[in-house]
Design a binder for this molecule. Structure first.
Ligand code: SF4
Length: 696
């Protein structure tokens, strides 16, 4: 109950938008959430929220919310009962498995759903269907972070906490725009800058944070590796290495020193466009500070060598001993609210929870003993491999939970072709979307404000989510849906609710051993969590989570990105996010945030606009080697000449038509951040996708 007489009930929960994980108070009158305010004791937000968490909740009662299952008949989706929808799913999955084997079926788990939902879905696929074909959207955002951190320091997560921001003398923010994409953390960084933290921003765009920073380095897209190796060069050349730390706790110094000895600031300037003197200044600010942290985002990971760049970021912390101490944190800014958690709990084709390989015999037998079924030892298909298999006719069924790949994934035309080639596409979501255009069955799901469970934020903090309202109509929670389908497939998921699921996660996952809802409480728990409930706000204080306990420096040379400017495509497009909307905008476009930002635009430098005959506010055609869209141009000096920027929040823009198949070499994360394009005034009737606002 609530102490505020204006509301019937106030429920403390966790924001379902970004990976900051703000704790919220959701206020309801009757069955309607009428207001949201920040929880004063939220560990990440400390009484603050952004425009999304605080105001973008009206989508829960949007008129076009899915409130009943839909099945396709004679080419059209029509209303159906749960029994009919579940019968259709069960019949088709059973038939496809019998005719083509379990590997003809695949699933995509949601980074917006809870840990318990993700756990249930991967169990359905591994145990009820018999395949490891399960993946999630981290494939297209932070899978390179996971890969790089595991290679360099051992664990796939932030090495400390957001509280390290204020304790950092220096903060490098590379390939991230936190004031837009992670606003509460962005605000904490701005506040820290006002209190003396020297912020260094590294980005092709001059971000808002750059305005309060000590130095902004505007580098060419795709050249992060040269920049990072150049800093390592200066640290070593100028005696800024913590020799005792490197000697006692790190391996690979000689190989790195040999590699970077020729990566001089002048060489780096040639490749990146960052003045040599600025690079030297960055290295000295970093190397001479007593404490320092590095935050990064998709501007690092969504590149051809993104995973290697994460290893190079780790190099800078390891060379100077800035890890495992207060104010010394490696801080990946995870995008969606639970993209950290959905990977932690093992909705991945090659790993069980906390990244233990599916081929690890001791792990697999542990799961077999609990689930009572034999489990496969071979890795399953990743998301890109699923799409390839669908186009090749080998994948027959795809079950997608809370993930609109039709709008968010690269190479939209290819995604559409893959979806159209399936015999069974199940879309489980809160609204119809671009993906569901091809769905055979749609299952109406509860939103984050209508379910109970946990999310894990970008600092590895597991936090409780509580239902503040009932799901509309016949919509069910994702967990309920997985339990219903699994039972029909002959594998009961024996839980009475999400709390039971967390107990199973803890029993099968040593790093979650002590996690219970009671211990999570209002403050959350940062994994690893010992059996007695002791959690881990800071990793690597004594040793690293790699064999021998030592971290690994990476000696990897710079290589050019997968795409480059040419005479035909002279500009480099970078895509990203904006403050008012979230991801594909499914939720925020159905709120008053649409009035704040009603459509998409292309940011272009005035010099480039002049060169290409483009005026401010003009509709332009943006063409890449992969596709063509139309969007409104806006002139701004925040973007460096030679580069343009847009987001992907509006389906009408179809931004991802422009993105090709270039991807991170280790994780297949698409190279959204380096796409060569031309920009020309739009021709009438050119057939390109157009932008306009949607009013829900
Ligand atoms: Fe906090 Fe992110 Fe939600 Fe904004 S969107 S309230 S920063 S968790």
């Amino acid at each position: 109950m609530t102490a505020d007489a204006r509301f019937d009930v106030t429920t403390t929960t966790t924001c379902g938008y970004c990976g900051v994980g703000c704790r919220l108070e959701a206020h309801a009158v009757g069955d309607h959430i009428v207001a949201v305010s920040p929880a004063a004791d939220g560990p990440a937000n400390k009484g603050h929220t952004c425009v999304k968490g605080r105001f973008a909740h009206q989508f829960t009662r949007s008129r076009d919310r899915l409130t009943a299952p839909l099945v396709r008949e004679n080419g059209e989706l029509r209303l159906a009962s749960w029994d009919e929808a579940l019968d259709r799913i069960t019949f088709d999955l059973t038939r496809i498995k019998a005719e083509h084997g379990p590997d003809a079926i695949a699933g995509l788990a949601s980074a917006r759903a809870t840990n318990e939902d993700g756990w249930a879905m991967q169990r359905v696929f591994r145990a009820a269907i018999g395949t490891n074909n399960i993946d999630n959207c981290s494939r297209v955002c932070h899978s390179p972070t996971s890969y790089g951190l595991r290679k360099s320091v051992g664990l796939s997560g932030c090495s400390g906490s957001f509280d390290d921001i204020e304790q950092s003398e220096v903060l490098i923010v590379i390939g991230a725009n936190p004031t837009q994409a992670h606003p509460v953390v962005g605000a904490r960084m701005k506040q820290a800058a006002l209190n003396g933290t020297k912020i260094i921003t590294v980005d092709p765009r001059r971000t808002e944070l750059a305005d309060v920073g000590a130095l902004h380095c505007s580098l060419r897209p795709g050249t992060n590796a040269a920049f990072l190796n150049g800093i390592a060069h200066v640290l070593i050349r100028d005696g800024l290495v913590d020799e005792a730390f490197v000697r006692d706790r790190v391996e690979g110094f000689t190989a790195l020193a040999d590699l970077v000895q020729f990566v001089t600031p002048e060489v780096v300037e040639e490749i990146t466009g960052v003045p040599a003197a600025d690079l030297v200044q960055v290295a000295h600010l970093w190397g001479e500070a007593r404490t320092g942290s590095i935050a990064w985002g998709l501007g690092v990971t969504e590149q051809r060598y993104g995973s290697e760049c994460v290893q190079m970021i780790c190099n800078l912390a390891l060379l100077t001993g800035k890890i495992g101490r207060p104010g010394c944190t490696l801080m990946p800014l995870r995008g969606q609210n639970n993209v950290q958690g959905v990977s932690d709990i093992g909705a991945l084709p090659d790993c069980y929870s906390t990244y233990r390989p599916v081929g690890d015999e001791s792990v697999a037998t542990l799961f077999e003993a609990t689930w009572g079924v034999p489990l496969r030892r071979e890795r399953g298909l990743s998301l890109p491999e699923m799409l390839d298999a669908a186009i090749a006719g080998k994948l027959k069924a795809l079950w997608i939970c809370g993930y609109d790949i039709g709008q968010s994934d690269p190479d939209t035309a290819k995604v559409e072709a893959a979806l159209a080639n399936l015999e069974l596409l199940i879309v489980q979501d809160i609204f119809e979307n671009e993906t569901s255009r091809e769905a055979h069955v749609m299952l109406p799901a509860a939103s984050f404000l209508e379910k109970t469970g946990t999310f894990t934020n970008a600092e590895r903090r597991i936090q409780l989510v509580h239902a503040a309202a009932a799901p509309p109509g016949a919509a069910k929670t994702d967990l309920e849906i997985f339990q219903l389908v699994s039972a029909r497939l002959g594998h009961e998921l024996p839980w009475s609710g999400p709390e039971d699921v967390m107990l199973e996660i803890g029993a099968l996952t040593p790093k979650f051993a002590g996690v219970t809802y009671e211990r999570i409480g209002r403050g959350g728990l940062q994994w690893p969590v010992a059996p007695d409930g002791t959690d881990s706000p800071r990793l690597y204080e004594q040793s690293f989570a790699l064999p021998g306990g030592k971290a690994q420096l990476a000696a990897i040379p710079y290589k050019p990105p997968g795409d480059e400017a040419s005479e035909r495509y002279p500009l480099i497009l970078v895509t990203g996010r904006r403050l008012e909307h979230y991801n594909v905008g499914t939720m925020t476009r159905r709120t008053a945030n649409l009035e704040l930002l009603p459509g998409e635009w292309l940011e272009i430098h005035p010099d480039d606009a002049t060169a290409h005959g483009v005026a401010d506010g003009q509709q332009v055609e943006v063409e890449s080697r992969n596709g063509r869209i139309q969007v409104t141009a806006r002139l701004t000096e925040r973007i460096a000449p030679g580069h343009v920027f847009t987001a992907f929040h509006f389906p009408e823009t179809r931004t991802n038509l422009l993105i090709g198949q270039s991807a991170d070499i280790n994780t297949s994360c698409p190279e959204y951040k380096v796409v060569a394009v031309s920009v020309t005034p739009a021709r009438v009737g050119s057939g390109a996708a157009r932008t306009h606002a949607v009013v829900a």
